[in-house]
Ligand binder design. Structure first.
Ligand code: BGC
Length: 716
């Protein structure tokens, strides 16, 4: 049955309308600074129409009951939660999952997360986060898709499809919320919430494409970033929200402010009071006020003062009601959460979590094939503060109320190797100054066949409000690593380091010393089992870092899509673009990640040799695995436009393909590239397709030295 939204709008009082434009934290979970607390009376009064931070079908249904049975207008609530990388079953953090380079997998984890979310009576998730990050100091790097704008568009599409499913009204679909619109990643010095000031070109080339893709995929809602862009806070950014997003892109979904962001317009220094702030946000196009209580308190006065018009309020209320309608909430507000998920479904999801975790970790280094370990390894020594730290396995955004169980590395290895004698001690804590346990850790190495040393950040050292000026190993972990390294050298046994983090950590020393090094990011509920699967070769490592891994903090921001310098680095010439004290090259390039095979690339060809804008280019390359084990290989396609009206980046990612190449075999991998993807923004920022030669580069990562190159001619 269709809801008569016009009739509702006619019948609603101003207070009820503003209720539909207000989202409050529920009394059931996290509390906030402004209107958290008991919302039950306000729901009955119709003055709160949306909630966040609730879990459990029981509580959500009870709140719905108040809204649809006890409020005058009987409008159901929209209830949302941050489901960033799974809900009950936690998948790898987004930065980790980006490294699987598999759109079907990105979609599948979102689909499964949506099922768990909806089973809790929720109809909205504040995800996906689409902020490009090129600065690992920024803690929210963990929550996003890494450094590359094109990759970000692929993830945006997959995630929106996954969360929303084929039909937004179905019992297992939730509305996605693309965030944070836009350019939150380049905060000054990587410092959380700091001001952003970037060029119009960078905005359009790097930070907007993922949001365009999300709109294209039909995203139901969006959230403006907390930050300002060159002086205009995004929450009040009329040109970008109203004119661009709504006007140019035709986004007709709901714009939900970030938490207290309308109130923060005062601190930004663009609003004198809450009335001003409310008017600025509404005029910019923000529909729902999350946690500022600015709309309820400010808009009635703003109306009187003529700062806003009733039609604007009505338009926002209409969008909110339309979303509730699309979600099927008017038809049946209890649809989500009506059925409990079966134990079988949960079990299947755990298996998926294990599989995606094994595919998300990145094997950064594997000297002399240290890995995989023999499944018959008699004695292992497992060390480090992250080795048996259940609470740390899932990283940021994992505290929605379901506490696990999450499998640690120690647990995973014990499961995988029941006949192996495993000795364990943490040695040091994650972050304090106590070195007291190091000697014992070193002693435990005695008699082991290999040492697995688990180091890194705590789960809350990345994520929101978790910028770090020194993104390195915290506390005394460096000292532990040095002592253990010396011991393993003396004993001549391999040192395998598992590094947990929400960002690339600056660890050149580990790269040099460890025999094997794995970036485990934060892998979720099945972290330990997945790591064990890879360590013993039951799963084959295939993750590729979606962010360039710096060797020194002074290199940051570092990313492969840099534009050329007029004086490119050269060891022969002094006056060139380089550091005196560190190479320009990162520790690991974007796309780096080893497999248990050994692939080489040959015979790159692109057809046809000459194309116009509407053609498609087919690129083929032969990949030979000369290793002793199969390789789950990711093949990247980059382009480079060497002469254009605007200097183009040194490399642009335009595609990837995957190939399972058996040992001692060669496979031809095919990639396609639409010539229209070679368009770019000309000098006046209008799209152009410029005739000339474009290089096509294919290989295992963004290190130019490892790429094969051919070219195609573009003709008008
Ligand atoms: C974050 C958002 C999140 C919101 C609601 C804010 O602090 O910036 O990403 O969706 O809280 O929890």
């Amino acid at each position: 049955m269709r809801t008569d939204i016009d009739q509702l709008l006619t019948d609603m009082t101003l207070a009820e309308k503003l209720g539909q434009l207000t989202m409050a934290a529920s009394s059931y979970a996290v509390t906030g600074p402004v209107i958290a607390g008991d919302s039950t009376q306000a729901i009955k009064d119709g003055t709160i129409g949306n909630l966040l931070n609730m879990i459990g079908a029981g509580p959500t249904h009870e709140m719905q009951r108040l809204a649809v049975e006890e409020s005058r207008m009987r409008i159901p609530l929209l209830i949302g939660l941050d489901v960033i990388h799974g809900h009950r079953t936690l998948f790898p953090i987004p930065l980790a999952e980006a490294s699987v380079f598999d759109a079907a997998m990105w979609e599948l984890t979102a689909r499964e997360a949506a099922k768990e979310t909806a089973a809790d009576g929720l109809a909205l998730t504040f995800a996906p986060m689409l902020d490009v990050s090129r600065d690992p100091r920024w803690g929210r790097t963990a929550e996003g898709p890494g450094e590359d704008p094109w990759l970000c568009t692929q993830i945006a599409r997959a995630k929106v499809r996954g969360f929303q499913g084929g039909n937004l009204a179905s019992e297992d679909a939730v509305a996605a919320c693309a965030k944070h619109f836009c350019a939150y990643g380049p905060v000054t010095a990587g410092r959380e919430y700091a001001s952003v000031d970037i060029s119009e070109r960078t905005l359009r080339e790097v930070h907007l494409p993922a949001f365009v893709a999300a709109v294209d995929a039909g995203v139901a809602s969006m959230m403006p970033a907390f930050t300002d862009l060159a002086g205009i806070p995004m929450t009040a950014h009329r040109p970008l929200l109203n004119d661009y997003l709504r006007g140019k892109l035709g986004f007709d979904g709901v714009l939900i402010s970030d938490y207290n962001a309308i109130g923060e317009l005062l601190k930004h220094g663009v609003a004198a009071d809450l009335v001003d702030a409310a008017a600025l946000a509404l005029n910019a196009g923000v529909d729902i006020d999350m946690m500022s209580d600015a709309y309820r308190r400010g808009l009635p006065i703003a109306l009187e003062r003529g700062l806003v018009r009733m039609e604007q309020i009505d338009a926002s209320v209409r969008r909110v009601l339309q979303l509730k309608e699309r979600l099927g909430l008017f038809d049946d507000p209890y649809r989500r959460g009506a059925r409990r998920e079966t134990a079988e479904a949960l079990e299947k999801r755990r298996r998926l979590a294990r599989n995606v975790a094994a595919r998300s970790l990145v094997l950064l280094k594997n000297r002399n094939d240290t890995l995989p370990l023999a499944a018959s390894v008699p004695r292992l020594c497992v060390l480090g503060p992250l080795a048996d730290a259940q609470a740390e396995m899932c990283g940021p955004w994992a505290a929605a109320g379901y506490e696990g169980p999450h499998v640690t590395v120690l647990g995973g290895l014990q499961n995988a190797l029941p006949n192996t004698k495993i000795r364990y001690t943490a040695g040091v804590a994650i972050a304090d100054g106590d070195r007291g346990g190091i000697a014992h850790a070193v002693d435990l190495c005695e008699g082991a066949d290999a040492v697995v040393l688990c180091l890194g950040e705590a789960h809350n050292m990345s994520g929101e409000a978790a910028s770090r000026a020194y993104p390195e190993l915290p506390g005394q972990q460096g000292a532990l690593a040095e002592a253990v390294f010396e011991k393993t050298c003396a004993l001549k046994i391999p040192l395998i380091v598992i590094l947990f983090s929400g960002r690339p950590l600056i660890v050149p020393w580990l790269d040099e010393k460890a025999d094997a090094l794995i970036a485990a990011w934060f892998l979720g509920s099945e972290a330990g089992n997945a790591i064990a699967d890879v360590l013993i070769g039951r799963a084959s490592p295939s993750g590729r870092t979606a962010i360039t891994w710096p060797r020194a903090l002074g290199q940051v921001p570092i990313f492969f899509g840099e534009r050329p310098s007029g004086r490119p680095a050269s060891s022969k010439d002094y006056f060139t673009s380089k550091f005196l004290d560190v190479p320009n090259e990162p520790l690991y390039p974007f796309g780096h990640g080893l497999t248990y095979g050994r692939c080489t690339y040959a015979n790159l060809r692109a057809e046809p040799a000459s194309v116009t804008e509407n053609d498609t280019i087919t690129v083929r390359v032969d990949v030979t695995n000369s290793g002793a084990r199969a390789a789950d290989e990711t093949v990247f396609l980059f382009t480079r436009d060497p002469v254009a009206s605007v200097a183009r980046p040194l490399l642009e990612l335009k595609g990837f393909a995957r190939a399972m190449v058996p040992a001692a075999a060669t496979q031809t991998v095919e990639l396609t590239l639409k010539a229209s993807e070679l368009r770019f923004l000309g000098p006046d920022l209008a799209q152009v397709f410029e005739p000339g030669t474009v290089e096509i580069l294919v290989g295992p990562c963004a290190d130019r030295a490892q790429l094969l190159s051919t070219s195609v001619r573009l003709q008008a």
